[in-house]
Design a binder for this molecule. Structure first.
Ligand code: GUN
Ligand code: FE
Length: 428
């Protein structure tokens, strides 16, 4: 039977990433969405598209939805506090005690509702999210994310060593709970929410747990997210814990949890050596660059320009609560700033990141983890954010590119006037 096309037309100043180094800017143009996919951008609307209603956003900017490749929902409750320690102490003193609380569904409910609401209001349309080890609270988070309208991958975290009581699972329990969680999630028949395997990081997971997770990955064809080479002490610790591994990433790869078998995101990669970088490239591992987190817990500055130059897959992560905000514009600005400091004091062989590059990472770069996402090229899934930047404007004439740069440096959810995910408008 002939199916009626669902067409949506937005009008405004349309900006997207043409490539890593180039923006595509179409001022005062029409952005057409057909059946949830981008159809094209037009200066004048073609005759065949006449008759469909047009949402005219005047002088607003319209960009692809932003992608947060790495964040921790249970840590949202203490963001902007506890910024006094380096990674491993920060985890032990501040983070693990907070995550234990998610065994209590009342606390989890209150906290996750706030997280879901803030994510919904932000310019983010897609995210990869860590929950905690707790299955009931993780299910609740998935329900809330589904309700938010965002497309997300959510992981029940696995931890069976080096964790306090209340956050440390038995190895077999961890695997059984993970499988039970996968079955429960499948039963909910979510449209926009999918599970992602989430071994916290090597120090939290025994070899036997990793092996079992590798088996679950194969059985259920799951994507994977974790942390990698974030901090010098952590990286040295992994060498002690897995003396058999060639390098940190090899301790995931050995169990089939490092890109080769499954789409994989590794957060940070600040201290990845040559071999690890080569393996990530061979395996198609996605790197989630989390610049604010890397400053807040004194990790360092990842060589992101090198990763881009060498053709690795790179997106941006907020990494709340080591990063203080879900606002991905801030993550873009931090990425530029961090790269400038790296260039100045650590390695001047590669230039700092440009605004075009960080915008690319926040849209197409991370979007690729979700498929054809992060662009308005025909056939891409239609995620769009309409930005009203009048709060930031003044008498100075500005072109669309400079207005976008200003939003990156100064903007937040207050600039978000409308948001579309897979062609559907979100109301909030
Ligand atoms: N490594 C293991 N767990 C975490 C976490 O919660 N945050 C960060 N930044 N790094 C980690
Ligand atoms: Fe993290």
């Amino acid at each position: 039977m002939w199916k009626k096309r669902e067409v949506r037309i937005l009008k405004g100043n349309i900006i997207s990433s043409r490539s890593r180094t180039e923006l595509e800017i179409c001022e005062n143009s029409y952005l057409v969405c057909e059946d949830g996919k981008a159809e094209g951008i037009y200066r004048t609307l073609p005759f065949r598209l006449g008759g469909y209603p047009i949402r005219d956003f005047g002088d607003c900017l319209i960009i692809p939805g932003l992608v947060d490749l790495h964040t921790h929902a249970p840590q949202y409750s203490f963001r902007g506090t506890a910024m006094d320690l380096e990674l491993l102490d920060w985890l032990e003193v501040h983070t693990f005690p907070e995550e234990i609380k998610y065994g209590d569904m009342e606390y989890a409910g209150k906290a996750y509702e706030i997280f879901a609401e803030r994510m919904q209001k932000s310019a983010v349309t897609r995210a990869c999210i860590f929950a905690t080890i707790h299955r009931p609270a993780t299910m609740m988070l998935m329900d809330l994310m589904e309700k938010s309208g965002l497309v997300t991958m959510v992981g029940k975290v696995n931890m069976d060593r080096n964790a306090p009581e209340g956050l440390c699972e038995g190895t077999e329990d961890s695997l059984a709970e993970t499988e039970a969680w996968l079955k429960e999630a499948a039963g909910r028949r979510y449209v926009n929410t999918t599970p992602i395997l989430t071994p916290r990081f090597v120090p939290s997971c025994t070899d036997r747990l990793m092996e079992g997770l590798g088996e679950l990955q194969k059985k259920y064809s799951l994507p994977v997210q974790s942390h990698l080479s974030e901090n010098p002490e952590e990286t040295a610790w992994v060498k002690e814990l897995c003396p058999w591994s060639e390098f940190y990433g090899d301790a995931y790869d050995h169990f089939g949890l490092f890109g080769r078998e499954c789409p994989t995101i590794m957060a940070h990669c600040v201290y990845s050596g040559e071999e690890e970088i080569r393996r990530m490239k061979e395996n198609g591992v996605f790197i989630a660059h989390c610049p604010e987190s890397n400053m807040n817990v004194s990790s360092g500055i990842a060589p992101v320009k090198q990763y881009l130059d060498e053709g690795l897959q790179v997106g941006l992560g907020s990494d709340v609560a080591a990063g203080s905000t879900e606002n991905l514009f801030a993550a873009m600005a931090h990425a530029v700033r961090a790269s400038k400091i790296r260039w100045r004091i650590q390695d001047d062989r590669r230039k700092p990141l440009t605004m075009e590059e960080v915008f690319y990472m926040a849209t197409r770069g991370g979007g690729a983890f979700f498929g054809k996402v992060g662009s308005f090229e025909p056939g891409y899934e239609f995620d769009a954010v309409v930005l009203d930047d009048s709060r930031l404007s003044g008498p100075r004439e500005m072109n669309a590119r400079d207005r976008l740069e200003r939003v990156i440096y100064l903007g937040d959810e207050r600039e978000v006037r409308a948001k579309y995910v897979r062609g559907k408008e979100l109301f909030f």
